[in-house]
Design a protein around this ligand. Sequence first.
Ligand code: MN
Length: 246
Amino acid sequence: MANARPIIGIPTWSDRSALYHNAPIHALGQPYVHAIQRAGGIPLLIPVGPDEESLQTLATRVDGVLLAGGGDVDPTLYGQDPHPALRDVDRARDDLELSLARLALHRGLPILGICRGIQVLNVATGGTLYQDLPSERPGPFSHGCFQPQFPPDHLAHEVASEPGSLLARIMGQATFGVNSRHHQGIHRLGKGWNAVAHAPDGLVEAVENPDHPFALGVQWHPENLLGLPEHGLCLFAALVAACGAR
Ligand code: MN
């Protein structure tokens, strides 16, 4: 029976709270949670540090997975030495998200990766990243339109989607503007992915796996674009629909 309100697992990460004497806390930006709720899903926040057996059990209880944005993936996980501009590496988060991504890909569990999430999907399948776009791949415009100079829904550049792709069907348009808050990007594609959207400078902005029911990664931040008619909830609604159809 189709599940009317699918449960979407979202990994959290470790942070510190000044409110609680700098005690460690689990963190996750609320826009991700609210987007899943508004799309009709039930978000389930996943703590860092589960053992592999617990994670495998968890993967049988959720209907889909969302990978949120955040710091850089440890480059040793794709065979590179750290770049001087590397920031906010969190190996416990890497381990959790890479394991969960591989489980979701292996089991046909719907998964959407956002910003860092597309990079996790790529590394999980043997791909590599540009560790720092400004120094490794300088281009005609910046992908690093971060707050507070830029509002979260600032449309930094256009992307062009591949005709006939799942992404193009979800978006309902061939080209559209996106926000851009990343200093890393997809370099060599991991196994199983098609690059289905590119920025004007040629950088990969979305990937999908055509052999999987719903495995999609986007380099932009759709959770901050819900108020724009050309974006709205469409990516989150597509994830929730794919989870409910299982
Ligand atoms: Mn970008």
